[in-house]
Design a binder for this molecule. Structure first.
Ligand SMILES: [Zn+2]
Length: 120
């Protein structure tokens, strides 16, 4: 019989499940803040990449002063449904692959477009 580290580890975890759970809990608590910060930075960078790929400014009025005032707009609507289906980051990854069907709008122009199209 050959010695397999993977199997040994699996067996050990089965026998010591409470120890493992305790360790995971401690690990999660210890790095919780760090992980949340990293996750937040990742989200902000991803969003910036998407906005930049869409031109970095509102295609209607040209607003480009603050990225927080810009949003990814679904040209033919359906943004809420897609967000429910694949999530915000899912949409961002999709836009990075192919920008077709999306445009960059400022918050004001986006609201006006939604109102005119009766999207809410
Ligand atoms: Zn605008």
């Amino acid at each position: 019989m050959t010695y397999n580290v993977k199997d040994y580890g699996r067996e050990w975890r089965k026998k010591n499940i409470e120890k493992c759970r305790e360790y995971c809990k401690k690990y999660y608590q210890k790095y919780k803040k760090q992980n949340q910060e990293r996750s937040k930075l990742y989200g902000l960078k991803l969003r910036a990449d998407v906005i930049n790929k869409l031109g970095g400014k509102c295609i209607i009025c040209g607003y480009d002063k603050d990225i927080r005032g810009l949003c990814v707009d679904h040209i033919n609507g359906g943004g809420t449904q897609e967000e429910i289906k694949i999530g915000t980051q899912g949409i961002y990854h999709k836009v990075l692959e192919n920008t077709e069907g999306y445009q960059c709008l400022c918050a004001t122009c986006n609201q006006i477009k939604k109102s005119e199209n009766h999207e809410f």
